[in-house]
Design a protein around this ligand. Structure first.
Ligand SMILES: Nc1nc2c(ncn2[C@@H]2O[C@H](COP(=O)(O)OP(=O)(O)OP(=O)(O)O)[C@@H](O)[C@H]2O)c(=O)[nH]1
Ligand SMILES: [Mg+2]
Ligand SMILES: [Zn+2]
Length: 291
């Protein structure tokens, strides 16, 4: 029988099948093959006990895509979620998630949550950082602002909420799908960080025909190994138009003479914040390669 892994906790997986929800473990061979089952995996499951709804996962169907952080498979859209304030945005981390989405061929969406905590001007300034490159939703799980827009983006898709701990991912899911009743956590007063409240991935169906994954937040992330610093510029869609006017075709937009991308960032025609994150990640990738 075929099914979809909708939740996984400590080696136990919950699989949605035509015969209802089945709890199953993966076959031992998966571990030997180095295969980690992911929420979002489509699997072949055999039922051991129909009354107890227990089974064994026999095989994993080919994946369309696959992430390690967060550990999810077969998603259409990555909703890169961060708070307008509290915790304060970590711009390079946000860019890393956006780069992961693009590298895996997913639709990226930027969701700026907790907009109730900042002025409308501050929220639109944050949105302005990303608007040239990606669709952006400014939202508040508290007031409900932006949730209809978010629903429209998710409609008919499998979308995953990803982002730092404390951004409000579980809160957004609760607001979009009240039966979820997910646990949410306070922001630490001392460190102004989230408390890693969500520990596992889980999928929910949302009204309007989409599926939404809640995932654990994190505070750091590595870029995909296959990305070289010299390729990084291609993951910044808004660089493409100005780059046509750079003096060199292979301009990395660092300190080259007549770099039109740097000029555009200095003049505010593209987001200086994104340009700075680009430089930061470029250096990070270059340093990593040295070791
Ligand atoms: N003011 C305000 N607070 C919010 C909003 N959304 C979430 N919060 C609060 O932010 C805190 C963290 O929310 P969570 O939903 O647990 O955040 P998370 O992203 O799921 O965090 P992890 O599970 O740790 O990754 C909670 O205290 C929420 O009540 C919002 O839109 N406005
Ligand atoms: Mg959470
Ligand atoms: Zn350039």
């Amino acid at each position: 029988m075929k099914g979809l892994i909708v939740k996984g906790i400590g080696g136990f997986y919950y699989i949605e099948t035509a015969a209802g929800l089945i709890e199953a473990q993966g076959r031992g061979i998966f571990r030997k093959q180095g295969l980690t089952l992911c929420v979002g995996d489509e699997v072949e499951v055999s039922v051991l006990s129909a009354e107890e709804k227990k089974g064994v996962i026999e095989a994993v169907l080919p994946r369309r895509n696959h992430f390690i952080r967060p550990p999810i498979a077969n998603v259409d859209m990555l909703i890169v979620t961060f708070a307008a304030k509290s915790p304060k945005p970590n711009f390079p981390l946000i860019d890393k998630l956006l780069i992961w989405a693009q590298a895996q061929g997913l639709e990226p969406l930027v969701c700026i949550n907790k907009c109730d905590l900042v002025s409308a001007a501050a929220a639109s300034a944050l949105a302005g950082i990303y608007e040239d490159a990606y669709p952006v939703v400014t939202a508040s799980s508290k007031t409900g602002a932006g949730l209809d827009k978010l629903k429209a983006h998710i409609s008919g898709k499998k979308a995953a909420l990803a982002g730092p701990s404390g951004a409000g991912k579980s809160s957004l899911l609760n607001a979009l799908h009240p039966p979820a009743e997910l646990e949410t956590g306070q922001i630490s007063q001392k460190t102004q960080r989230g408390r890693h409240t969500t520990r596992h991935v889980e999928i929910f169906a949302v009204e309007g025909g989409g599926r939404l994954f809640d995932t654990p937040g994190f505070t750091s992330l590595e870029l995909p190994e296959e990305i070289d610093e010299r390729e990084l510029r291609h993951y910044y869609p808004e660089f493409e138009a100005p780059a046509r006017d750079c003096r060199y075709d292979d301009c990395q937009h660092l300190k080259e003479p007549d770099c039109a991308v740097r000029a555009a960032a200095l003049a505010g025609r593209i987001s200086p914040q994104r340009y700075q994150s680009y430089i930061y990640l470029y250096e990070e990738l270059k340093d990593k390669r040295k070791y």
